[in-house]
Design a protein around this ligand. Structure first.
Ligand SMILES: *Cc1c(COP(=O)(O)O)cnc(C)c1O
Length: 378
């Protein structure tokens, strides 16, 4: 079969392992996990790997991704992380649960749920300091009172989201506040809430250090399943795979050139006036990949190639001693922003690796340029 370039190689067994290890770790204290699929656009085979690894729910911020997963035959509890008001009808149709903070939205969801003769389940998000989405704690009781008056809305939980906008860390103080809010709401309304969703991949350190997880019984995890990282310090979670995704591109020019441009310097393709250091003549390569495909700053060369610059469709590298020739492949690790961009680029082909082929191990992680054996990829 033909191996496409550029491509993102995706190891499904590694994603499954990560989901399994996280489910087991958090499961020890009664915390279930939602696999968050937005960075991979709800890619069905990746989502299946998350479910096989123990994700009890699949959560995405885009209803289109949830529709895609359902069309692919995935059956699980689907959770919508962001509720667009104008899409209330499809939210009710395709998502089992959505996260909410506005009564206006709940009214619309209830309206369409009634029309569809079903109940729509809701997790109410509470603002605990990060200042993205959330009902303020003081307003929570009144919010719940209004929400339960809606005929086809069923409140099933509360949650919070930290470390996204404000960088606020999950800690005993805010986590215990969420537990207390749960108690207050239960005492007042007796709803039998089943989901107390304490956060995302940033909750790892708090979980490791706390004496008491309180009432928290769920985390929504994207980055730690996909990239093996916690997101407060971007450290590897022990035992998890960090290279389930690899971006591979091809060398389309390889020449010895000066490092200092010749001629008068004005603006580059993106309106900046570049500044260069003269490092003499060196071996430079160009790869067929650019800003239209990827967040260039997110690329980490697996072979210490130095990224010199980029335009929409080209990335220029100092190839150092790698002896790269036209047609060679170079590969990169990605951070979350890079993963998001690469998965969204229509030009980057997704290449799933469903089992570990002996030849893959042989080339190892730190080999930058390598020839791919076509039979290695199924
Ligand atoms: C994206 C998102 C998550 C997942 O965050 P990670 O850091 O990738 O684990 C969780 N909750 C909400 C509301 C999100 O939007």
């Amino acid at each position: 079969m033909k191996i496409f370039l550029p491509r993102i190689e995706i190891s499904l067994p590694q994603i499954r392992d990560n989901a399994r290890m996280l489910s087991e770790l958090y499961g020890k204290k009664g915390i279930s996990i939602m696999g968050v699929s937005k960075a991979v656009l709800g890619e069905p085979s990746i989502v299946r790997a998350m479910i096989q690894g123990g994700a009890r729910f699949i959560a995405d911020s885009r209803i289109e991704n949830i529709e895609k997963m359902k069309a692919a035959g995935i059956t699980t509890q689907f959770v919508l992380l962001r509720t667009p008001l104008s899409q209330a009808e499809s939210v009710v149709r395709s998502a089992d649960i959505s996260l909410n903070t506005e009564i206006e939205t709940l009214k619309k969801l209830s309206y369409y749920a009634k029309a569809g003769n079903k109940n729509h389940q809701v997790i109410v998000m509470v603002e605990l300091g990060d200042l993205r989405e959330g009902v303020l704690p003081l307003d929570l009781s009144e919010f719940i009172r209004q929400a339960i008056s809606l005929s086809h809305i069923k409140i099933v939980g509360i949650g919070c989201n930290l470390a996204c906008y404000g960088g606020v860390k999950p800690a005993d103080k805010n986590m215990h506040e969420l537990s207390e809010l749960f108690d207050i709401i239960e005492n007042e309304f007796h709803l039998g809430l089943t989901i107390i969703s304490g956060g995302n991949s940033a909750n790892y350190e708090w979980y490791r250090s706390t004496q008491d997880v309180g009432k928290i019984n769920n985390f929504r995890l994207g980055e730690s399943i996909l990239l093996g990282l916690e997101t407060v310090n971007r450290k590897t979670i022990p035992g998890l795979h960090t290279d389930a995704f690899k971006l591979v591109a091809e060398v389309i020019e390889s020449k010895k050139k000066p490092s200092f441009p010749f001629g008068d310097i004005g603006q580059d393709a993106f309106g900046n006036v570049p500044v260069f250091q003269d490092k003499g003549i060196h071996q430079r390569v160009i790869i067929a990949l650019g800003k239209q495909d990827i967040l260039v700053s997110s690329l980490k060369s697996n072979n210490s190639l130095e990224i010199l610059g980029s335009s929409s469709d080209h990335i220029i590298l100092n190839s150092k001693n790698n002896n790269l020739k036209v047609g060679d492949e170079v590969n990169f690790s990605l951070d979350y922003g890079g993963l998001l961009a690469a998965m969204t680029s229509p030009f980057i082909k997704k290449h799933f690796i469903s089992s570990v082929h002996p030849e893959i191990g042989k080339f190892g992680r730190d080999q930058g340029a390598r020839k791919i054996l076509p039979q290695a990829y199924g």
